[in-house]
Design a protein around this ligand. Structure first.
Ligand SMILES: Cc1cc2nc3c(=O)[nH]c(=O)nc-3n(C[C@H](O)[C@H](O)[C@H](O)COP(=O)(O)OP(=O)(O)OC[C@H]3O[C@@H](n4cnc5c(N)ncnc54)[C@H](O)[C@@H]3O)c2cc1C
Length: 269
């Protein structure tokens, strides 16, 4: 389907992009366009102006600090993250990005776009919560930092306001992480996924079982303990064409236990 008429701007700096967003209530940031252009084609969104972030170098790239902290520009594509030497400091990042859809989607889709779309079936929202990432958001009144667990507010809703931009993801050091999912076919959408981090206290975060990532804190990575903790969380997952609510609830226990086991087996965090 053809797009309806839409304005287009390609600023060169974050400040210019913020000014464009402030100028027009109907302006929307455009990252890789993998989601936004499709929802525009489906007439589910109709921005007046697309503010293309692809010309803003300060929103791209990955830096590794001397303490092992990673700073990831939101316009980094998932393919660039997979190829990044720096990102190897937190190996789970590239491992999970490699599981996203296919190479075409990974070449265009950005890390920032993946989390800002807050699609409950995406891979990165539960991962970011599990590994304790922090998001930097810039807007007319300056910058603020939001922990990943407070960033996702609902389906397609995040802490980033309409006149704001996600400008950085900060990922602390750690190696004891895990991820498990059951998807629709090899490259397909996740039916349920789970990310776990055992760098210090064990944290397991489930995706696809609610509007936002669901945090579970089992006392240990023992599979029975993890499964019990998931059961105690009284999840109420949606039913759809791919899986019933009951099936998702059962799968949640399985993927949570797998992710926690993987995280606990990887020492050195
Ligand atoms: C066929 C297909 C299969 C896919 N399968 C998977 C999958 O299995 N797992 C998975 O995790 N993902 C999957 N995706 C999603 C994909 O990986 C992208 O992450 C996603 O489409 C959005 O990234 P994008 O860079 O294209 O963002 P866009 O589509 O450009 O933007 C998405 C949203 O985020 C907003 N936005 C983007 N960047 C910023 C920013 N810096 N600040 C504020 N707002 C911003 C935009 O305004 C828009 O609302 C799939 C996509 C497609 C098309």
């Amino acid at each position: 389907m053809l797009l309806r008429d839409v304005g287009y701007a390609r600023p060169g700096t974050t400040d210019e992009a913020l000014a464009l967003l402030a100028e027009d209530e109907g302006a929307r940031p455009l990252a890789g366009g993998q989601t936004l252009i499709n929802v525009m084609k489906a007439r589910a969104a109709a921005p007046d102006v697309l503010v293309d972030l692809s010309g803003i170098d300060e929103l791209k790239g990955i830096e590794l600090g001397s303490d092992g902290t990673l700073e990831i520009g939101p316009m980094t594509t998932t393919s660039e993250l997979i190829a990044s030497q720096e990102a190897r400091a937190r190996p789970i990042l590239a491992e999970v990005c490699s599981q996203i859809a296919d190479v075409q989607v990974r070449n265009r889709g950005t890390v920032g776009g993946n989390i800002c779309s807050s699609d409950p079936t995406n891979h990165l929202p539960p991962l970011m919560v599990a590994i304790g990432a922090e998001m930097t958001i810039a807007g007319p009144s300056g910058q603020r930092k939001v922990p990943a667990r407070e960033f996702f507010l609902g389906v397609y809703a995040t802490a980033v306001g309409p006149d704001e931009l996600l400008t950085k993801l900060t990922v602390p050091p750690g190696r004891s992480d895990g991820f498990a999912s059951v998807a629709v076919g090899r490259d397909g959408t996740c039916i349920v996924n789970a990310a776990a981090s055992a760098n210090g206290e064990l944290r397991v975060v489930l995706g696809c079982v609610g509007a936002v990532p669901e945090v579970v804190r089992p006392d240990s990575a023992d599979p029975d303990v993890v499964r019990k903790a998931v059961r105690a969380a009284s999840l109420d997952p949606p039913s759809d064409v791919h899986a019933s609510s009951d099936y998702r609830r059962a799968l949640a226990e399985v993927v949570a236990a797998r992710a926690a086991t993987q995280a606990a087996e990887r020492t050195g965090g």
